[in-house]
Design a binder for this molecule. Structure first.
Ligand code: ZN
Length: 145
C-alpha cells in the first residue's frame, strides 16, 4: 500500500460550532454564509448571534461554487509570517467584496496573479485549494475573460 504524506505545513483552519457550516461547504468547494433570520444580514466570519441585531436566529445559505467578487483592498506580503508560506512569495492577500452580497467581504490569497496586476476593483472568483484529503481552503484567482 502506498504511503501518503501530506506536504501541507500551513495551519489548517479549525472548525468550531459557529464556523463549521462555512468550512463544511468549503470542503465541498462551495460557499455558505450565515444569515440572520430576523434582519436578513449576512455575517462573515460567522458568530453565535447576529452582529447587527443580536438575534440568535441564524441560518445558513449556500451560494454554490460560482462566486464572483472584486478586490476591495489588498496587501502584498514579501515575508512569510507563518511556516509553509515561504515558497509562495510574494503573497497577495485580498479582502474580496462579493458581487452578490456586497456587504460581505472575505479575506483570502489571490493565486495566479502577479503583484503588478492586482488593483482595487479587480474582478476575482473563488477557487478552492485542497490542503488535505478532506479539507479545502477558499482562495481567489483573477477572472479571465
Ligand atoms: Zn440580525
Amino acid at each position: 500500500m502506498k504511503h501518503v504524506t501530506t506536504a501541507y505545513q500551513k495551519p489548517i483552519p479549525l472548525k468550531d460550532h459557529d464556523n463549521k457550516p462555512y468550512w463544511d461547504a468549503a470542503d465541498k468547494h462551495q460557499l455558505a454564509l450565515q444569515k440572520c433570520d430576523d434582519c436578513q444580514s449576512y455575517a462573515q466570519p460567522p458568530g453565535p448571534s447576529c452582529a447587527k441585531c443580536g438575534s440568535q436566529h441564524v441560518s445558513w445559505e449556500n451560494f454554490g461554487d460560482d462566486i464572483k467578487a472584486t478586490v476591495y483592498s489588498y496587501v502584498v506580503s514579501h515575508r512569510p509570517f507563518l511556516p509553509g508560506f515561504q515558497d509562495e512569495l510574494p503573497t497577495i492577500i485580498a479582502l474580496a467584496q462579493l458581487d452578490d452580497v456586497p456587504e460581505v467581504k472575505i479575506m483570502g490569497n489571490i493565486l495566479h496573479c502577479e503583484e503588478k496586476d492586482v488593483e482595487i476593483g479587480l474582478p476575482i472568483q473563488m477557487t478552492w485549494v485542497d490542503i488535505t484529503e478532506d479539507r479545502a481552503l477558499p482562495q481567489w484567482i483573477p477572472v479571465t475573460n
